[in-house]
Design a protein around this ligand. Structure first.
Ligand SMILES: [Zn+2]
Ligand SMILES: [Zn+2]
Length: 172
């Protein structure tokens, strides 16, 4: 996985992992590989544990009440992940890594999610992380839409809300 200028793949991976938390290290490895991550070391239960902690922190960034709170929380995550950016061609083609070489997946994910989320928010807008607008659905959306006004996690939730609003109008 390469961090594109808006961190889209990384922030989508974070949302995907938060919305459906991996049950074990094998599942975590498979889903990271499917998302295009090159795994350099064997994935262990410690990686899963670290990842789940990072996802808990990331949820507090999603649920932050203000932009400044969101930035402060993300800055703390960036500080934990801090390493020199470096050029690498390990997967063919030169690109930047924001982490040290040879690290375990838990550490790699911390950097990737922190930097990817920062690129996403700075590049596309600080408001572009939220929960689905359907009250009983708490899935997280990393809004990469053109307008930046994506309200639902899925067409299913959009339809559910439309039906509900329609009924409410009829009842009124
Ligand atoms: Zn790479
Ligand atoms: Zn939803």
């Amino acid at each position: 996985m390469h961090l594109n200028p808006y961190g889209e793949d990384a922030v989508n991976l974070a949302a995907d992992l938060v919305n459906r938390r991996p049950a074990d290290a094998t599942e975590l490895a498979e889903r990271c590989r499917a998302a295009g991550l090159v795994l350099e070391t064997p994935v262990t239960p410690a990686d899963l544990e670290r990842t789940l902690t990072v996802l808990d922190d990331w949820e507090t960034i999603v649920d932050a009440a203000t932009e400044h709170e969101r930035a402060a929380r993300l800055n703390r995550m960036l500080a934990d992940a801090a390493a020199h950016p470096r050029l690498t061609d390990h997967a063919g083609g030169w690109h930047l890594h924001y982490r040290d070489a040879g690290q375990s997946l838990g550490t790699v994910l911390t950097s990737l999610i922190a930097v990817g989320t920062a690129l996403h928010l700075a590049g596309r807008g600080m408001h572009r992380l939220r929960r689905c607008a359907v009250a009983e659905c708490d899935l997280v959306i990393a809004d990469t839409s053109r307008t930046g006004r994506q309200r639902y996690c899925s067409t299913r939730c959009a339809n559910r809300d439309a039906v509900r609003r329609h009924r409410r109008r009829q009842a009124a």
